[in-house]
Design a protein around this ligand. Sequence first.
Ligand code: WT7
Length: 638
Amino acid sequence: MNLQIKSFEEYQEVYQRSVEKPEEFWAGIADHFYWRRKWNNVLDWNFKEPKIKWFEGAKLNITENCLDRHIYQLGDKPAIVWEPNDPNEAHRVLTYKQLLEKVEQFSNVLKNNGVRKGDRVCIYLPMVPELVITVLACARIGAIHSVVFGGFSAQSIADRINDTGCRLVITSDGGYRGTKTIELKSIVDDALVQCKAVDRVIVLTRTRTPVSMIKGRDVWWEDEIKKVETQGNPTCPAEEMDAEDMLFILYTSGSTGKPKGVVHTCGGYMVYTGYTFANVFQYQPDEVYFCTADIGWITGHSYIIYGPLSQGATSLMFEGVPTWPDAGRFWDIVEKHKVNILYTAPTAIRSLMASGDSYVDGKDLSSIRKLGSVGEPINEEAWNWYNEKIGKGKAPIVDTWWQTENGGILISPIAGITPTIPSYAMLPLPGIQPVLVDEKGNELQGNNVSGNLCIKFPWPGMIRTTYGDHERCRQTYFAAYENMYFTGDGCLRNEDGYYRITGRVDDVLNVSGHRIGTAELENAINMHSDVVESAIVGYPHPVKGQGIYAYVIASGHHVDEDLTRRDINQTVSRIIGAIAKPDKIQFVSGLPKTRSGKIMRRILRKIAEGDTSNLGDITTLLDPGVVEEIKAGAEKLR
Ligand code: WT7
């Protein structure tokens, strides 16, 4: 059985087989990877507990699949091409051989610093090759990485470190993003005030931003590398892992409480990311592939590092932002590195589209063969622009739907093989069994239906647990509907059986492709001393997809609204990070609540959207009068 599907007929046939004989299907896929020992059992599962075990008894190390196994044939092929923030700085290329060397070297640094199999390691680094090296070094020695996106605050880092119980943090003096320098080490220092268990910080030099190195705790990356060099131990054998050993933890927001640590395991995640990368993008051996995501998010884990590298691809990573030095930067990168596959987010497409075609016109984009989109629904206008302006009408667009919890792409076209329609994720990949259910959990049969999107059979890349709290995993994903994984997304299946994701049906916002939990954000805002209560809803935003609308009850004494707005934003930046700052803050004297005290978000959402003609039944509200006041206030903010 081949890994890549080559025709629509083959897709249909393979899909059918994957549903009828899933274990046989997945064993066939898994055979394309290198295992030290094969599995006794392909799958053992129930969605009640949930228990999900793939390839039990198998032994492997994912880095042997991403690095060692390529060396003989692809040793001199670029594995990572790195484009710096500043276009005048030299780019870097790491071949597979060089990447393996660096990973082994840093694996030994980790070992020298007391890291052992099963230990958790927190990584807070900018988008530099050392981030890939660090992630893979953890995987090589069996340490569990927990990457924290560079846009998160000290408080968020502290929460994540304490939740994972890690002792070691890897960061850099600073990081470049456009014209800004982010002082990463200083942010880590602030976080560590709350993390008494951390006794080692390894600091990479990137920006030469002044830092305070704490004696006995902080060491320089470069010094640690020198130590390994003088010790003369350049290689590091890969630790043998069980298929179900943890590979990493990645935090994501939900509708309640603090972010959860989504746990992925070695065997299934490797198989799933490699399989989906090879198929969805139809990667060919000579191609340069550029995913614009940050490695701090799942897209970067799965589709900058693990998926592409396990397939021997050339993966381009970019340190900067799409709009600096100007809105043509992506296209400069495509031209410079002759990128064949570009995978980016609708928010980036919309923002570059809004900057005007002058940034695209005149750029040589002839290398582009395939385009991808991820993170949020892509509107038709953006899809068409991407198709015409970037793909010149010749590059298939894969609108890939998936989630942090899924490990990899679940519903998506296969580039050039299966059909595409603007704003549709189209068809499930073989092995994925989506269902639409109504409010009561009844499966909606046939086509031309819409409902809540669930998956009724496990796949190797799916979440295993939420770190340290299995019950929360059950509650969040497996309790809403019996025997199904609930995605939190609404979806329609059109008359031809094609899927279109319509957006979250829970209280989770998707702002520029970033997941924001409303409860988490409300808690942050409520920490501000002038705030009595708050309610967060999303509203349509032309570039971000969704904007953040905050209704805030401020305390009785006189407040200067603009000042308080700034203070609230500051508080949010402190507690979560700048990515969660509200776009609009409206001060209100009360919130629409039911008699049982529940905030009626439906009404707040409509007002935020500017659609106040039909607010539905408001007579059950504790104080219906408050609605008029909120409507009037919203008018003024517009
Ligand atoms: C949520 C997951 C893993 C991808 C990066 C975001 C939304 C994601 C699409 C798409 C429509 C999409 C969903 C999903 N989403 N991709 N192609 N079309 N919506 O991962 O942070 O875990 O967010 O992003 O609402 O539930 P995430």
